[in-house]
Design a protein around this ligand. Structure first.
Ligand code: AHR
Length: 511
């Protein structure tokens, strides 16, 4: 049988940049069952003394998550953080307008930050620039990071936490370009507010890094213009601009869905270009990097009725609990490889979200927690991608898709750790046939030790742990290195199954 052939060339001297561990971030929003019956469920058989589910925390660590964004998302734009601190008995429930859900305020800033600290996740906090502003944002930074002797830091201490949390990463609001956002603003209104809030926050703690809101997606009418306007107000102040993108298979167009990584790639290039245009106008030597703090597969258009159509609910309702297929997992693997290929520009990213809400981890209240198919490529990439992202050159046949035009059938990313020699290679075959790839590594002795792959099937994703187990049994497996990989002095040849994502790992040393 003749296979489609493709070629990849790599060498540790040709690098994109270091792989920042914050690239493997995720997101916990007060939305649906992400918090209540997700990370937190007092009374659950695995709950710790603080009411947090041990099984979920263990899975989050197995996932390789390094950083968690909190408390939203759309939720943050109408959240009063003060209502979520202090004695729990005194806290009042409030009606969250973003998701039309009664928020009981049982978990707030202290509970989340202490849980993240105990479990070893770096927090990334967002402030409300929808219904609130400069004062509440600066007060929250002081509450989290301030030393004793001022009002909000002393409140934290009175609430039982003496040491500052030292939260480094702060989002200046969330998706403020979106008309659905509570307190939505135009780019000038938001740019001015973000600049003033960010200025005050940095006066409280100059060591923090700030993320200014970019567009909610590349499809927004204001895309490009928005980035340039908000950065005109905030360029010298902020460190990162945010990007959000969700992908889904629409109208049965599998080829376009499989090419989501190319759409993400172009989106990153365009945001970087917009930011650089502002920098160039200012003759600035500073580079604004990207915080891709919401990305995933989400059946947003095809399965979600829209926030305004949600009834008012309480007690952790099931909202956007997408179930994923092996095909979705292949796309997630390819999206992560795309992020690695932009490691120089995208040091921070968050898979949205962590648990129950468009998430790699699912739970049943009072029951088990399990891994969705998308869990596996994420966990494997987080574990294997170490050191430097390499500037791999790919020579692949292309296909023409309805949504994204011409796209390569094969994509590749690679990392190499100069300290240990560890090499990892991530390959996605988007075509409906097998692809044989020659990975050229001239001047390098490569030894592969392990490989993993997810092969898409045509089964519909169905709810529950049984489906997730079926996908693992049928679609997720160790690569048979003896049968599917041939390593020579100059190249390694790999046969990739149709519509599959593959990770290979071992060592690469100069010959
Ligand atoms: O992740 C779900 C939602 O998607 C977030 O709340 C919002 O920021 C985005 O639109």
């Amino acid at each position: 049988m003749t296979h489609t052939r493709a070629r990849v060339a790599l060498h540790p001297d040709f690098r994109v940049g270091p792989v920042d561990r914050r690239l493997f971030g995720s997101f916990v929003e007060h939305l649906g069952r992400a918090v209540y019956t997700g990370i937190y469920e007092p009374g659950h058989t695995t709950a710790d003394e603080h009411g947090f589910r041990r099984d979920v925390a263990d899975l989050a660590r197995e996932l390789g998550v390094t950083m968690l964004r909190y408390p939203g998302g759309n939720f943050v734009s109408n959240y009063r953080w003060e209502d979520g601190v202090g004695p729990v008995a005194d806290r009042k429930p409030f009606l969250d307008l973003a998701w039309r859900t009664v928020e009981p305020n049982l978990v707030g800033t202290d509970e989340f930050l202490q849980w993240a600290e105990r479990e070893g996740f770096e927090p990334m906090m967002a402030v409300n620039l929808g219904t609130r502003g400069v004062e509440a944002a600066a007060a929250l930074v002081e509450y989290c990071n301030g030393e004793a002797g001022t009002r909000w830091a002393d409140l934290r201490i009175a609430n039982g936490r003496a040491e500052p949390y030292g939260v480094r990463l702060w989002c200046l609001g969330n998706e403020m370009d979106g008309p659905w956002q509570i307190g939505h603003k135009d780019a000038h209104e938001y740019g001015r507010l973000a600049a003033e809030a960010g200025k005050a926050m940095k006066l409280v703690d100059p060591s923090i890094s700030l993320v200014v809101c970019g567009s909610s997606s590349m499809q927004m009418d204001t895309f490009g213009e928005w980035e340039q306007t908000v950065l005109t107000y905030t360029y010298d102040l902020v460190d990162h601009i945010s990007m959000h993108a969700y992908y889904e298979e629409l109208d049965g167009d599998r080829a376009s869905f499989l090419a989501s990584g190319t759409a993400m790639d172009r989106f990153i290039d365009r945001v970087a270009a917009s930011a650089d245009a502002v920098g160039a106008r200012r003759r600035s030597d500073k580079t604004i990097t990207i915080s891709f703090d919401e990305w995933n597969v989400w059946y947003l258009e095809s399965r979600f009725p829209g926030e305004t159509n949600l009834p008012v609910q309480r007690d952790a309702p099931r909202i956007i609990e997408d179930v994923y297929s092996a095909l979705d997992a292949v796309v997630v693997g390819d999206l992560l490889a795309t992020l690695l290929n932009h490691a120089d520009r995208v040091p921070v990213a968050a898979l949205a979200q962590l648990v129950n809400v468009i998430a790699p981890i699912m739970t049943e209240p009072g029951g088990e927690a399990w891994r969705q198919p998308t869990f596996h490529p994420f966990a494997t990439t987080a574990r294997l991608a170490r050191g430097e992202a390499l500037d791999v050159r790919v020579d692949s046949p292309t296909t023409t898709t309805t949504r994204h035009g011409d796209v390569p059938l094969l994509t590749a990313a690679a990392t190499h750790d100069p300290e240990t020699g560890a090499l990892a290679l991530f390959l996605t075959n988007r075509s409906a046939g097998a692809v044989e790839v020659d990975v050229e590594h001239l001047g390098l002795g490569v030894e592969l030790a392990e490989g993993w792959r997810m092969v898409a099937d045509h089964e519909a994703a169905v709810e529950g742990p049984a489906h997730a187990r079926r996908v693992v049994d049928a679609c997720w497996s160790a690569v048979d290195l003896a049968a599917d990989v041939a390593t020579g002095a100059r190249a390694t040849t790999v046969t990739l199954a149709p519509e599959s994502w593959t990770a290979l790992a071992g060592t690469a040393r100069r010959a």
